[in-house]
Design a binder for this molecule. Structure first.
Ligand SMILES: Nc1ncnc2c1ncn2[C@@H]1O[C@H](COP(=O)(O)OP(=O)(O)OP(=O)(O)O)[C@@H](O)[C@H]1O
Ligand SMILES: [Mg+2]
Length: 224
């Protein structure tokens, strides 16, 4: 099972929205079954999940203390992806969650305020020494600041090229426990989430190949 952690110290940057949409995209793309873990005391993702009619993705109730064992158990139970939502905070708890990630996503709005507060999030993610990427969210169409933000972020790490725009569909779909993919599969919002999931899935596969090669290298060295 691959674990994707969505994190940012900045409140309202789109963590929960992205978590919900990406897990559903994984399932609809036949890469599931996916499972959610909500580590935010606000429990926004769990609240959304509770009003959701669809049976999947599942939500796993997990206390942070049990996280490592629970992730192993979810993997053994057959889940292929776990999506973990986190609170907008720089806490030891978030640091512990980050360490369990195969990939960390940092949603960022194209605004100076979001960029100014990014340094602390980035420090915490870097300390965990796991792969990460920025995802631009709530971007206004054709705004110069979007391009400027992508340029600024790419100095610090990978930026997913498909931007998530500011669209009513994101909030509207979540009110009744759905995602943009389920509200209208042919909408521009559904297309950008699908594209983003495509990039993430490919990145996860690339990272898995790199780690397989590294392990094979270690085995060869051990036998030499
Ligand atoms: N792409 C988008 N377009 C329009 N509105 C969006 C988009 N993404 C998120 N929103 C809205 O912005 C608000 C914050 O989003 P969300 O709850 O996903 O952020 P968050 O980072 O999880 O917040 P918190 O830090 O409080 O947990 C919500 O009202 C959500 O509906
Ligand atoms: Mg949230």
């Amino acid at each position: 099972m691959k674990t994707i952690v969505i994190t940012s110290q900045k409140g309202g940057s789109g963590k929960t929205t992205l978590t919900a949409n990406l897990a559903v995209a994984a399932e609809l793309g036949n890469h599931g079954p996916a499972v959610f873990i909500d580590t935010d005391p606000q429990q926004t993702l769990a609240t959304w999940w509770n009003v959701r009619e669809a049976e999947s993705p599942k939500l796993a109730p997990v206390s942070l203390r049990d996280l490592p064992e629970k992730l192993d158990a979810l993997g053994r139970a057959g889940f292929t992806y776990c999506f973990i939502d986190t609170p907008p905070a720089l806490t030891e708890q978030n640091a512990q969650v980050l360490k369990r990630a195969d990939l960390v996503l940092i949603p960022t709005r194209p605004s100076p305020n979001d960029l100014w507060s990014l340094g602390a999030t980035l420090d915490l993610v870097r300390q965990s020494a796991v792969p990460f990427a920025f995802v631009l969210t709530q971007a206004k169409a054709n705004a110069r600041i979007t391009v400027q933000t992508i340029a600024a972020l790419s100095q610090h790490g990978q930026v997913f090229p498909s931007v998530i725009h500011d669209r009513v569909d994101y909030a509207a779909s979540m009110t009744d426990g759905r995602t943009v993919l389920e509200l209208n599969a042919n909408s521009p919002a559904a297309a950008e989430v699908g594209e983003l999931w495509g990039f993430i899935e490919k990145r996860i596969r690339e990272l898995a190949n790199v780690s397989e090669l590294a392990n094979a290298g270690k085995r060869v060295k051990a036998h030499a």
